[in-house]
Design a protein around this ligand. Structure first.
Ligand SMILES: NC(=O)N[C@@H](O)C(=O)O
Ligand code: NI
Length: 167
């Protein structure tokens, strides 16, 4: 089984896959007379297809055991999907570029505590994977008619490891 070790997620190394949702970017400015700072335009929510609209939901995810046997990734053909953690804990992010016939090799990242991600429409990704304990997330994705879920089961599984020292 191919072994993949997750690497720390940064704006730079995740840029080819999607958007990072945190306060580490440069696009921020004061609002409300200086009583608040807005971290602006971190990601775009995409919603296409019949009766499409952008949804804001919450998800309580249960943790996965590691090393993880990754057998499947999914994508959403009609819209993007963002996961913003409501607690300052890292979670695992799996993404793939498009391959010749389905997803390419998986790339595994571990977020910084509190960091969220946005998968653009049709980005292959692993399902939500908390680490160590249950974690709540805000989810921004697409609602509407039609099937917005496409799954791909790999012909061979991948063994996903967390970096040494991850809780
Ligand atoms: N179905 C759902 O809300 N979540 C998945 O799409 C996922 O990416 O975890
Ligand atoms: Ni998804």
């Amino acid at each position: 089984m191919s072994r993949i070790v997750a690497r720390p997620l940064t704006r730079e190394n995740f840029a080819e896959f999607g958007d990072v949702i945190d306060m580490g970017g440069d696009n921020h400015y004061p609002i409300n007379g200086g009583k608040a700072e807005r971290y602006h335009d971190l990601a775009t929510a995409e919603a296409q297809g019949p009766n499409a609209r952008v949804l804001i939901s919450m998800v309580r995810g249960t943790p996965y055991d590691f090393p993880l046997k990754l057998t499947m990734v999914e994508r959403h053909p009609f819209g993007s999907q963002a996961f913003i953690p409501l607690s300052p804990r890292p979670f695992l992010v799996i993404v793939c570029h498009d391959g010749d016939d389905g997803p390419g090799e998986p790339h595994a990242f571990i977020t910084a505590p509190g960091q969220g991600v946005n998968y653009p429409r049709n980005r292959w990704h692993g399902v939500l994977m908390p680490i160590g304990e249950s974690q709540d997330f805000l989810v921004v994705d697409r609602g509407g008619d039609g099937s917005n879920l496409e799954e791909c089961h790999f012909s061979h599984a991948y063994e996903i490891h967390l970096p040494d020292g991850t809780a």
